[in-house]
Design a protein around this ligand. Structure first.
Ligand code: SAH
Length: 260
């Protein structure tokens, strides 16, 4: 029987469109090594049943066999409060503002995992995560490497991130023996955050704040600002109400005089 009583069980590893079966197996193995168990595969090209995946998994077969396959990244993140993408690249508007090293960012992810489900997202071997996929995450993790060749093997990148999460867990165990912990804080699930962001986007477009070429990057910046605050369910409701009222008021202003 394998079972994680600690918060690492709340840390999900999401692999997007993985091409090589060996990477599925090696990921499952290293997750087991570090005490993680929740693996989600988004539209994988490789199959968990492939012999290479099973060979590489060794004692991580239980993780591989319980992996969930979903068609889209938003399905993988729907019940998560916080998600970080990973990338070998750090430049560009989609990355530079929110990127940090694994050692800096993963303790934050672990802290959120103490009372919520969280996710770490890894891209396909040939080209990594798209801007759109990175935009769905609240932050980005980069493992510092030699800039001459910065792209790690997928499962090795998973290993380094799992190691940092385990270190954060282990520190929290030591802290718990001394200083009292802050009470756990509930963060709204991404499914609710997404619905709010959709309406917020529409509302901001309706009042002319979002338009043209800059709309995507402005919305991206807003998503990160709000995402960093790790809003509670009540706070997401508050923002959702604000968006809906803005939409309604914009509709009223557009109505010709004399109509109700
Ligand atoms: N050129 C791609 C590399 C894909 S490697 C890229 O720029 O991301 C497959 C996956 O491994 C990446 O999508 C990412 O999830 C992870 N990865 C590889 N190197 C990494 C690094 N230095 N830091 C963080 N994640 C990395």
């Amino acid at each position: 029987m394998w079972y994680n009583s600690h918060m690492l069980a709340n840390c999900r590893v999401v692999l997007v469109c993985t091409h090589y079966a060996g990477n599925l197996g090696a990921t499952a193995r290293v997750m087991r090594n570090f005490g993680l168990s929740d693996l989600v595969l988004v539209a994988p090209y490789a199959r968990a049943s492939d012999l290479e995946a099973r060979r590489m998994a060794t004692h991580g077969l239980c993780v591989l066999d319980s992996a969930r396959v979903v068609p889209d990244l938003s399905d993988a993140l729907a019940d998560c409060a916080l998600a970080f993408g990973t990338s070998a690249l750090t430049a560009g508007v989609w990355r530079s503002g929110t990127v940090g090293s694994a050692a800096e960012k993963l303790p934050d992810l672990y802290r959120a995992a103490e009372s919520n489900r969280v996710a770490l997202v890894f891209g396909p071997e040939p080209h990594g995560l798209s801007n759109e996929e990175l935009g769905r995450c609240h932050g980005q993790v980069h493992i510092p490497v030699d800039p001459e060749y910065g792209s790690l093997n997928l499962a090795q990148a998973v290993a380094i991130c799992c190691y940092e999460l385990r270190r954060a867990w282990s520190r929290s165990q030591n802290d718990a023996r001394g200083v009292p912990n802050e009470p756990p804080r509930a963060v709204a699930p991404m499914r609710d955050q997404e619905r709010m962001f959709e309406d917020l986007r529409e509302a901001l477009a309706s009042i002319g704040y979002l338009f043209g070429d800059r709309a995507d990057s402005l919305m991206h910046a807003l998503r990160h600002l709000i995402g960093r605050a790790q809003p509670s369910p009540q706070e997401v409701k508050l923002l959702h109400g604000l968006a809906r009222q803005t939409l309604w008021a914009a509709g009223q202003m557009r109505k010709p005089e004399g109509t109700a």
